[in-house]
Every structure is written in C-alpha cells, then in structure tokens.
Design a protein around this ligand. Structure first.
Ligand code: DER
Length: 232
C-alpha cells in the first residue's frame, strides 16, 4: 500500500486499541494524526463515547473543532489517559525524532502528561538507528534572539550543523505556535540520545528538542504489505 494508506492503518489500529469511554485524549500534530482524528470522531459518534481532546498545536485544535470533538486544555485536564501522535522517525529503542511539522514543544508537553503515549507512523519512519531514513535532522525549538549562539553551541558540542528553518509560505523563518524559531540539527552520527537531549536542553535559549527519549509506550507502523506492526 502507499504511505498514506499505511498511515491510516496505523492510525485506526491505535485508536481502536487505545480509546475507550470517558477518556481525556491528547491529539498530536502532522498528517498521520488526521486519520486518527477521523477514526476517533467516527467512534465517538457511533459508540456515543464521552471523550475530551487536548491539542498539541493550532493544527490539532482545528482538527478537534472541525470534527465536532470536545476541546479542552491542560488547565482543565492536566492528567491525560492517552496521547496519540506521529513521528518523523523511530529507532529500535522507541526513541523518536519529532518536530518535522514544527509542533514538538506542545507535543512533548502533552505526551508527558499522558498515562500512555502511543505513536502512529507509516513504514518510512521505521528505523533501527535515527538518521537512517529521516535526513532533515533533529528539530530544536529556540527563543528567536538566541538562535545563532544556540546553533554554534550545538555544532561545537555535537558536530554537524544546526540550520534555521525558513518558512515557505511566509518570508523569513518558520515561527512556531509558541512564537519561537526552529533549528534543524543535521547530526553526523548516531549519539547517546538521552545525553544529547539533556545537554541540548541545557543550552540557554533552547525551549525543547525533537528527541523523545523513553516516552513512547508503543508504536504502530502501517506497513507496505497492508499489515500493522507494533513495536513496544
Ligand atoms: O512534527 C511532528 O512532530 C509530527 O508529529 C511528525 O513527527 C509526524 O508528522 P507526519 O505524521 O506528518 O509524518
């Protein structure tokens, strides 16, 4: 099957296996999650489920509203039963690269508030080692005034290069939902991602990294042959 169909397979498997009545659900960002929200809305309607959704971006908020799902936030629901989100790449110890869509900060906050963090992805994200398939590097959200010193600190410490993400449909850099910039750190070789994540977060001006270490409980991969593979 094509990648889009594989995304849908993963999304439906995750929603069908992890959503039940009376839950608070974290809704991720990106393109795969759209299939999950479609399926969630269908189940809410068919099974008359009482579900409350917490978004991870303006995009997720729009998805929730467009599907007539109940919108909430972490002020009212700081304890989530489950969060479902996509990933740019997954390695064999469930470390994720996220942030391809620029929403990594709220995604990581929401994922961290959920009892269960479930990831959905097509087969192109299924790697043994980060960097095997995803070539755009690790996104790092930074305070705009600091992007040059942060970029230099990352390169000095860990090699590679950290490039300011420029917008396509707007002049200048991408501005996140939190009014920050994003650096895409193109690393040269696999690292101890737990150490890298901690060290990069300590650099003054860094808001968040797209390295999700030890957070994902289970990953559903939609495969090319139409099957769904689970890694946990
Ligand atoms: O930007 C993000 O973190 C997205 O969730 C990304 O990791 C997955 O986006 P996709 O489902 O469009 O591939």
């Amino acid at each position: 099957v094509m990648a889009e169909e594989a995304k849908k397979l993963a999304a439906c498997a995750a929603v069908d296996n992890h959503i039940q009545n009376n839950q608070v659900v974290g809704v991720g960002s990106g393109s795969t999650i759209v299939y999950a929200v479609d399926r969630l809305a269908e189940r809410v309607r068919q099974e008359k489920l009482n579900i409350v959704c917490v978004p991870t971006s303006f995009q997720a908020r729009q998805l929730i509203l467009q599907h007539g799902l109940s919108l909430s936030d972490l002020d009212r629901h700081p304890d989530l039963d489950v969060a479902i989100d996509g990933a740019d790449e997954v390695d064999d110890s469930l470390t994720l690269i996220k942030g391809g869509g620029g929403c990594l900060t709220q995604e990581k906050i929401v994922a961290g508030c959920a009892k269960h963090f479930i990831v959905i992805a097509d087969y192109r994200k299924d790697s043994k080692v980060l960097g095997q398939q995803w070539k755009k590097g690790v996104p790092v959200e930074v305070v705009p005034m600091a992007y040059v010193p942060v970029s230099r600190a990352i390169t000095r410490r860990f090699g590679g290069e950290a490039v300011l993400r420029m917008a396509v449909s707007k002049a200048g850099p991408v501005v996140t939902d939190n009014s920050n910039f994003i650096l895409d750190w193109k690393f040269e070789q696999a690292q101890n991602w737990k150490e890298v994540n901690t060290a990069v977060k300590m650099i003054p001006g860094v808001v968040e990294t797209g390295l999700f270490v030890g957070m994902a409980e289970k990953v559903y991969f939609g495969m090319e042959d139409g099957s769904v593979k689970v890694r946990d």
